[in-house]
Write a protein that binds this ligand. Structure first.
Ligand code: CAA
Length: 379
């Protein structure tokens, strides 16, 4: 087993770390408080190549492997998990889905702009009554011959207001159950497409999360991705890779909180000593570092499985399940190490603790990951 990263992967880490420190760190507290993601920063992330890292260069992407992508998400998440979720959804769910399953025309029309960050994409699967139970789609795409008529509501959509292009899952043939679901490319601004209220979230507050409403939206047939009824398979296949992105995000949140706690423990003194000298704090930091390292190995293993063309359903689910629990636990301990300072915004760890929680929920809750893993065990 080779645990070493290649030169390109190390260079990606350095570039992402520098970008996070110089561009994302200033203002991260204000953006969280005001729930504002700066479009200028999004543009810069595109210029840095972070929005379409794994997309082939012929479609404007970086042509990088999944390990490099995971490293970049990890480094950006140490500082700004709102930025990294926008990045992760655009890379793993939107660009990957389009490149893997889209037609040449769809790739030329949409992927080339999504991969450079010129425009942002959204992935629309969840509904008011279809979160974990994703086959239960109430949004309908009625086949009208040369187009579909789209009706329904999607919930908790990352980049819901910013996105120019949405991949929308909708039911066309209910008697076929999940095999009747289609994935349609829907452009913002289409007649009948409206953006609902912005969610006032616990964490990742600087990403814009909205519900989206579709009322008799006409979607041309050529905007369906894949064959008739392929939409659910597309959503599940895409989410397998998306879970590596969210696992990397959880890893980064944990590592960011740990790095701050380690530094604080050496600066803060109590009873005449830096608190690092107290064994109670040393043991916490030792446990934090160990669990983060274990999470990192799982995340990189899942990414490597994907890069090597192996089945990565189980390894991606395991990485997300474990890394998200580590993120929640480590960030809580980081707040504890900071004491009263940890409970206020200035020291960053309270934000990271709030950000950590969503990694146990989106792109499949921890309970769904266990279900996925268990099903893989008896395959
Ligand atoms: N990879 C590929 N295909 C898969 C799959 C996977 N991981 N999981 C299921 N499938 C396929 C199955 O093979 C089956 O297809 P066939 O019948 O053609 O063989 C089909 O999907 C249905 O699967 P099941 O019979 O297992 O369906 P189920 O209802 O029992 O379970 C589920 C499905 C695994 C629970 C699924 O609904 C699920 O993953 N739910 C969680 C949804 C989720 O992750 N939502 C995230 C929202 S997106 C988001 O959060 C983005 C964001 O903005 C951050």
């Amino acid at each position: 087993m080779d645990f070493n990263l290649g030169e390109e992967q190390e260079a990606v880490r350095e570039a992402a770390r520098d970008f996070a420190q110089s561009e994302l760190l200033p203002g991260v507290i204000e953006r969280d408080t005001e729930q504002k993601f700066d479009k200028d920063l999004l543009r810069k992330m595109g210029e840095m190549g972070f929005m379409g890292m794994m997309v082939s260069p012929e479609y404007g992407g970086g042509g990088m492997d999944t390990v490099s992508y995971a490293i970049a998400v990890e480094e950006i998440s140490k500082v700004d998990a709102s930025a990294s979720v926008i990045m992760s959804v655009n890379n793993s769910l939107v660009c990957w889905g389009l490149e893997a399953f889209g037609s040449e025309e769809q790739k030329q029309k949409y992927l080339t702009r999504l991969a450079t960050g010129e425009i942002i994409g959204a992935f629309c699967l969840s509904e008011p009554e279809a979160g974990s139970d994703a086959t239960s789609q109430h949004t309908t795409a009625q086949d009208m011959g040369d187009h579909y008529l789209l009706n329904g509501t999607k919930n908790w959509i990352t980049s819901g207001n910013t996105a120019s292009v949405c991949l929308v899952m909708a039911q066309t043939n209910p008697e076929e159950k999940h095999r009747g679901i289609n994935c349609l490319i829907v452009e913002k601004g289409s007649d009948g497409f409206s953006v609902g209220r912005k969610e006032d979230k616990m964490g990742i507050r600087a990403s814009d999360t909205h519900s989206l409403m579709f009322s008799d939206v006409k979607v041309p047939k050529e905007n369906r991705i894949g064959d008739d009824g392929f939409g659910f398979k597309l959503a599940m296949s895409t989410l397998n890779g998306g879970r590596i992105g969210i696992a990397a995000q959880a890893l980064g949140i944990a590592a960011g909180a740990y790095e701050r706690a380690l530094q604080y423990a050496q600066e803060r003194t109590t009873f005449g000593h830096p608190i690092f000298d107290h064994q109670a704090i040393q043991f916490k930091l030792a446990d934090m570092a160990t669990r983060i390292e274990a999470a990192r190995l799982l995340v990189y293993k899942a990414a490597k499985d994907k890069d090597e063309g192996k089945d990565y359903v189980k390894s991606a689910a395991m990485a997300k399940l474990y890394a998200s629990d580590v993120a929640m636990w480590v960030t809580t301990e980081a707040v504890q190490i900071h004491g009263g300072y940890g409970y206020v915004k200035e020291y960053h760890v309270e934000r990271l603790m709030r950000d950590a929680k969503i990694t146990q929920i989106y792109e499949g809750t921890s309970e769904i990951q266990k279900l996925v893993i268990a099903r893989e065990l008896i395959k």
